[in-house]
Structure formats: structure tokens, C-alpha cells
Design a protein around this ligand. Structure first.
Ligand SMILES: Nc1ncnc2c1ncn2[C@@H]1O[C@H](COP(=O)(O)O[C@H]2[C@@H](O)[C@H](n3cnc4c(N)ncnc43)O[C@@H]2COP(=O)(O)O)[C@@H](O)[C@H]1O
Ligand SMILES: [Mn+2]
Length: 660
């Protein structure tokens, strides 16, 4: 800065300096008494020195400016050259309408065959879609570009990131996969048969497993006769998923042709690290596949937020429940009951006869082990048949049937009390969520396929989706209590049998030999058909409402869809009974009833006669249930809108099935 100022005043400084020099010379000459001519000569010499110095200074300045100019020019040229040749696209867009105002040649190269991507609407999309980190990827032809947007300067940078994206997908595809294959019903199929027959079954399984291993080049290791471990990578898993796990269907069909009641259930998981956790998630997934009925595959990535992906499960439950398990559960449950101060039994919201039947049998189990037990109910959630059954139980001789309202239950709950949840396993479906939260000790007994929303740390879960009803499960456990005394009253046995009867539609659906054995046991305990008929009777008003829904039905191919009347409200049982009725119509494989529910949502009940999975359809509408008995609750829509959604789902499912 100072130098510059000095530069500007340099000519003046020279003149002043030379004038001072000249005055000094004059003074010296005066003192030396020289003449006029010497003064003039000295003046001329000094003037020449000044002129020469001024000229040199001017020249020096001129040369400086030229070299700066030259330097600037060359810098500008090389910047332009870099912009022109660097492998980064730079584009400036108008801040008014996003039209491109300028771009470098690399942008030209990028969009050579895709020029419409340079139009204002695309540029606008790029600028607006940019995520929080300010980066996004754009595919142009076969390349991937990372995009950075400088919104202040209206600039977009396109950086070739093809190799980075490829590297990422290579990492993703090489993620390790761990899986467990379980052969369903192996124990039953190989029990009580000759060694040579068992060898035939073992060979059949081994041949199939070898076939899977060589077809997909995966490593499969035998753990025991009915369990195998798979190790592979995500790329191979993708291929198998692309084939929709066809080998599970092949295995089932080949087994069927040989009269073996065998299917495969598989749990798989994958991730980048922590092999122990991947293995544990795979085991959890296998358990989920089993409780969903077996003959299916469940895959879930080893991260907390991952949702399970299902393959198969296209036929009703294939897993036969084993007597050995029922016996083991009886022992485990007895231990837990004995360690508790008292026991509370709670069904799902709006408990039906099966929930009550299971609760009654559970209460008896606890009493037989010397513990006081209570069945809890909420008077705001009572169905007519359950109301009748509770009234009947309350007629018992000792006057206190241990069926209590929620407010009493809260008072009787102790620190060491046990809660047994029956006929449901989703905490969101429990009758009183706050009451459930008060318990440290929880047991679950259910015949629904296990879902995500499961009680944390349940001490024991007895979930058998192959059972007809929760009542069947508990009564069976009750039979494994050692003493031979009369265990149930006539009313209790009748309620449990009514529960089985409701869930099996009067023994016409979902029954096994075990269902009939349980029914026969209940008859031996005094279950009475006349009482059951009275308990399950339909009120005339309800009957009219059931008919309204049935008469409002439309038929689509082999589906019947019943619709409630405009603005009329219905309850669960009415909808369920209407769906049951529609399923009895000729040519109907699955029925659906859609109405406004008294609780302010649109309710759907779905039933199928065997080969069609209505659970899958209801899951798509946010509900669930069983393979041939399911339901959903939809908020913020009208029944007609829900019907349209349902028809769309059915059309897609039909199209998928035809294309398979
Ligand atoms: N949101 C949901 N998620 C998962 N699962 C669900 C959901 N909503 C319902 N479910 C399950 O779906 C099935 C079917 O339910 P539904 O309401 O259509 O039918 C149940 C009862 O309403 C019905 N029922 C009760 N009493 C009688 C009777 N006297 N006659 C005829 N039908 C009757 O029977 C169904 C009982 O099913 P259960 O609880 O499985 O025993 C159901 O599983 C829901 O839990
Ligand atoms: Mn049930």
C-alpha cells in the first residue's frame, strides 16, 4: 500500500529532490564565489538528470502494467481451459425460471443424448429435490452423477460418481446372508415308522437340500435331520427372491406326491457386520415363519428399522401342533403360576366366545394349582353372547365367579401377580393396555399368527397357529394336569365348547383330530348343546342387520363383497356373521363385508373357504388375522372407498397369480 503511494508520487519526488540538490549546489558555489555561467551549467546538468530519471520511471511503470496485464490474461485463459476441460459439469440457471443460462462443455458431453434433461422443469426438479446433505444422484445414459447445488449463485455441479455408486452396490451385494431351513412336521412324519421308511424320508430331504445348494451355489450345512444352516451373500439371495423361493413350493408338491406331510420354513437375515446378530435375527425370522403357519420364508435385514418380507404361506397352516409341546407348556405354565401371588386372565378388545372360553379354562388351570385367578372384562366392550355367558357364570353356587370388571382388577393386582393374555398376542389388541403395562410377568396363549406388536419379555408364549381356537389350546393343556377329578362345571365346559364352535364355524373350518378330541373331552366334562345354542343365539334385530349386509353384496369373479347400509353402524359379530353367510353362497371362494363400525372406523371382515389367503389381503389394508379368517379397521375413509381399495387389491393379486 505504502509502496504504491510512493510509486504515484515518484516523478514529483524526483523534481523536489533535484531542486533541493540544485539549491545546495548554488549555496556551495556561492561560498566558493564562482560566476554566473557555472550556475547556469549546473542547472542544465541537473535538468538533464531529472528528465532522464523521469523517463526511466515512466518506462518502469509501463513495463509493470504490461506484465500484470499479461499475467491476468494467462490466468483467465487457464481458468477457462480448466472449466472447458475439467471432468465436472457446471451449469448456471436463471433464478427466475430455472432455464440454463450458461454451462461448460462437460455438461454438453453429459447430456449429449439426453438433452431434454437440460430443460427448465428438469433443472427445477434437481434444485428442489436436493436432500438435506445437498447431494443427490442423477442417472444419465449409463452414468451416475453426484449433484451439488449452490443455490446462492444458481450453480449446479455434476460430478461423475459412476464408480462410487458401483462400489457401493458391490458392497451391498456382498453382504453376508445367514439362514435356517426347518423341515416342518419332521418329528411327526418320522415317529413310529420303520428305519427304512425314515431313511427314505431323510434321503428325500437331503436330495432336495443338495439341489438348492447346487442350483444357487450356496453353502448349506446340516445341523440335524430337520434343520439346516445356509450361508451365502445378498447377490445370491436376490436371485433366489427373484425366483420367489420356488424351491419351497417344489419341496411341498414333491413331498405331497410321496405322501409325506412335509414342508419347509425358512428364516433369513443379512447385514454388514455383527454376525451373531444376523444369526439371531435369522432365528427370529424362522420363528415368525413357523408361527405364521410354516411352509414359508421370512427375510429381515439385520437393522432395527427393517420390516420382514414374506414369501409363500399360500396355503393354510401346515404345521401340526404336537402333543409333546402341549405337555411341556402345561409344566412350564404350572411353574409360573405357582410362583405368582394371583393370576389375571384378559382377552382381546371386545372379547368373543373363544376369548372367554380360553379365559375360563385358564382360570381353572390356575385354581387347580392352588392360585386365585380372575377373568377381567370391560362392561363397555361386551358382545351379546359373551354378556349372556358371563351372566350364566355369575349364577354359580358360591356367588363369586371371579369374573371382575377392570376397576376391581386394578385394585386386586399385586406386585407379584401374573397376567395371562388369551386369544391375542398383539398388545394393541389387548382389552386394557394400561392394565397390561402394570405387569412384570406376562404369558401369552394364542392361535393367531404372531405379529410384530408382541409383548416384550413374555415369560412364556404358547402360540399355535395350527390350532382351531384359543379354547382348544388351553383345554388341551388343562387335560395334562395330573389329577383325574372333575375339572369344569357344565357352564364352563359349555362356554369353552361354544368358543371352539364359533371359531370353527360349527366345526366346519380349521379343525384337526385334536379339535374333536378336545370337544369330546369337554362333552365328558358336561358341555351342553342346548346351553351352547342359547348362548350363541342371534337377536332378531342383529339378524336383520346381518341380512342387510348380505343383501347389499356384489359378486366379483369368485369373491363376494357385502356392504352395510349408508350411514348405518354395525358391530363386529354382525359383520363377521354376514361374511360367514356370504361364504356359504355357491361359487364364492372368499367373502368380505365392509361397514361403518360403531367405534368410528370402517370395519372389514374377511373369510375364505380354504385355498385363498384373506389374511394377506387384510394385511394390505392394515389389519390381519388368519389364513381364512381375517379383518381390518380403516380410518378416514368411507365403506365405498374401502370397497374400491379392496377391489384394486384383489385385481392385483389375481393378476400376480395369473402371471406366476
Ligand atoms: N387389525 C387387526 N390385526 C390383526 N388381526 C385382526 C385385526 N382385526 C381383526 N383381526 C383378526 O381377524 C380375525 C377375524 O376377525 P373378525 O372380527 O372378522 O371375526 C372375529 C369375531 O368378530 C367373530 N365372532 C365373534 N363372535 C362370533 C359369533 N358368535 N359368530 C360368528 N362370528 C363371531 O369371529 C372372529 C373371531 O376370531 P378370533 O379372535 O380369531 O377367534 C380375528 O382373528 C381377529 O383377531
Ligand atoms: Mn379365537
Amino acid at each position: 500500500m505504502n509502496l504504491k503511494r510512493f510509486d504515484r508520487f515518484l516523478p514529483l519526488a524526483i523534481i523536489i529532490l533535484m531542486t533541493v540538490v540544485y539549491l545546495c549546489e548554488v549555496l556551495i558555489l556561492r561560498l566558493a564565489e564562482l560566476r554566473q555561467t557555472e550556475f547556469i551549467l549546473l542547472l542544465i546538468v541537473n535538468t538533464i538528470v531529472v528528465v532522464v530519471l523521469l523517463f526511466r520511471t515512466h518506462k518502469l511503470n509501463a513495463r509493470n502494467i504490461d506484465s500484470i496485464r499479461a499475467l491476468n490474461e494467462s490466468a483467465e485463459n487457464s481458468l477457462n481451459a480448466t472449466l472447458d476441460t475439467m471432468p465436472i459439469g457446471v451449469l448456471r440457471y436463471s433464478d427466475k425460471d430455472y432455464t440454463p443460462e450458461w454451462f461448460n462443455p462437460f455438461v454438453d458431453i453429459i447430456f449429449a443424448n439426453d438433452e431434454e434433461k437440460l430443460e427448465a422443469n428438469h433443472i427445477k426438479e434437481i434444485v428442489q429435490d436436493i436432500d438435506d446433505k445437498g447431494t443427490q444422484y442423477l442417472s444419465v445414459n449409463s452414468k451416475k452423477y453426484a449433484i451439488k447445488v449452490d443455490q446462492k449463485k444458481n450453480l449446479i455441479y455434476f460430478i461423475d460418481a459412476t464408480s462410487e455408486v458401483v462400489a457401493k452396490s458391490v458392497t451391498s451385494e456382498s453382504r453376508p446372508v445367514i439362514g435356517i431351513i426347518s423341515v416342518d412336521n419332521y418329528d411327526d412324519a418320522t415317529d413310529l415308522i420303520s428305519d427304512s421308511s425314515r431313511t427314505v424320508i431323510n434321503n428325500f430331504i437331503a436330495t432336495n437340500i443338495d439341489g438348492i445348494s447346487s442350483k444357487y451355489n450356496v453353502y448349506i450345512s446340516r445341523y440335524n435331520a430337520s434343520r439346516y444352516y445356509i450361508y451365502t451373500n445378498y447377490l445370491t439371495l436376490k436371485k433366489i427372491m427373484g425366483d420367489k423361493f420356488e424351491f419351497v413350493n417344489v419341496f411341498r408338491e414333491e413331498a405331497r406326491s410321496k405322501n409325506f406331510s412335509l414342508t419347509l420354513s425358512i428364516g433369513l437375515s443379512y447385514g454388514l457386520e455383527n454376525f451373531a446378530k444376523i444369526g439371531k435375527t435369522a432365528l427370529d425370522n424362522l420363528e415368525l415363519a413357523l408361527v405364521r403357519g410354516g411352509d414359508q420364508v421370512v427375510i429381515r435385514e439385520n437393522i432395527n428399522t427393517a420390516r420382514p418380507v414374506y414369501f409363500g404361506g399360500n396355503s393354510a397352516s401346515h404345521i401340526q401342533k404336537s402333543r409333546t409341546r402341549a405337555r411341556a407348556i402345561a409344566t412350564a405354565l404350572r411353574t409360573i403360576v405357582l410362583e405368582s401371588e394371583n393370576v389375571f386372565v384378559m382377552g382381546h378388545k371386545y372379547p368373543d366366545m373363544d376369548a372367554l372360553g380360553a379365559a375360563v379354562a385358564t382360570k381353572i388351570f390356575a385354581n387347580m394349582n392352588g392360585k386365585e385367578a380372575f377373568i377381567v372384562y370391560d362392561e363397555k366392550q361386551l358382545l351379546p353372547d359373551v354378556t349372556r355367558a358371563i351372566a350364566k357364570l355369575n349364577e354359580s353356587k358360591d356367588g363369586f365367579a371371579h369374573i371382575i370388571r377392570m376397576d376391581t382388577a386394578y385394585k386386586l393386582k399385586r406386585d407379584n401377580s401374573l397376567l395371562i393374555m388369551v386369544d391375542h398376542s398383539k398388545t394393541s389388541q389387548t382389552m386394557d393396555y394400561n392394565f397390561y403395562k402394570k405387569f412384570d410377568k406376562v404369558v401369552v396363549i394364542d392361535h393367531h399368527r404372531r405379529d410384530d406388536d408382541y409383548p416384550e419379555n413374555a415369560l412364556l408364549s404358547y402360540i399355535e397357529s395350527g390350532a382351531s381356537s384359543a379354547s382348544e389350546l388351553v383345554v388341551e393343556v388343562l387335560q395334562y394336569q395330573n389329577d383325574q377329578v372333575q375339572k369344569m362345571s357344565k357352564t364352563e365346559a359349555s362356554i369353552a365348547l361354544a368358543g371352539i364352535s364359533v371359531d370353527t364355524q360349527n366345526f366346519s373350518k380349521g379343525t384337526t383330530t385334536r379339535t374333536f378330541e378336545t370337544a369330546s373331552y369337554l362333552r365328558s366334562q358336561g358341555a351342553d348343546n342346548t346351553l351352547i345354542k342359547k348362548l350363541l343365539a342371534t337377536d332378531f334385530d342383529k339378524y336383520k342387520k346381518i341380512n342387510e349386509i348380505v343383501l347389499g353384496a356384489d359378486f366379483y369373479e369368485h369373491f363376494a363383497i357385502g356392504l352395510g347400509q349408508y350411514r348405518k353402524m354395525y358391530d363386529n359379530v354382525t359383520i363377521a356373521k354376514a361374511a360367514d353367510t356370504l361364504l356359504n353362497m355357491a361359487g364364492v371362494d372368499a367373502s368380505f363385508t365392509i361397514v361403518n363400525h360403531e367405534n368410528g372406523y370402517v370395519a372389514i371382515s374377511a373369510r375364505s373357504s380354504g385355498d385363498f389367503n384373506v389374511q394377506r389381503i387384510m394385511e394390505k389394508l392394515g389389519g390381519g388375522g388368519h389364513f381364512n379368517n381375517a379383518a381390518a379397521q380403516v380410518y378416514e375413509k368411507t365403506p365405498t372407498e374401502v370397497k374400491d381399495d379392496l377391489i384394486e387389491i384383489l385385481k392385483n393379486i389375481e393378476a400376480d397369480t395369473k402371471s406366476e
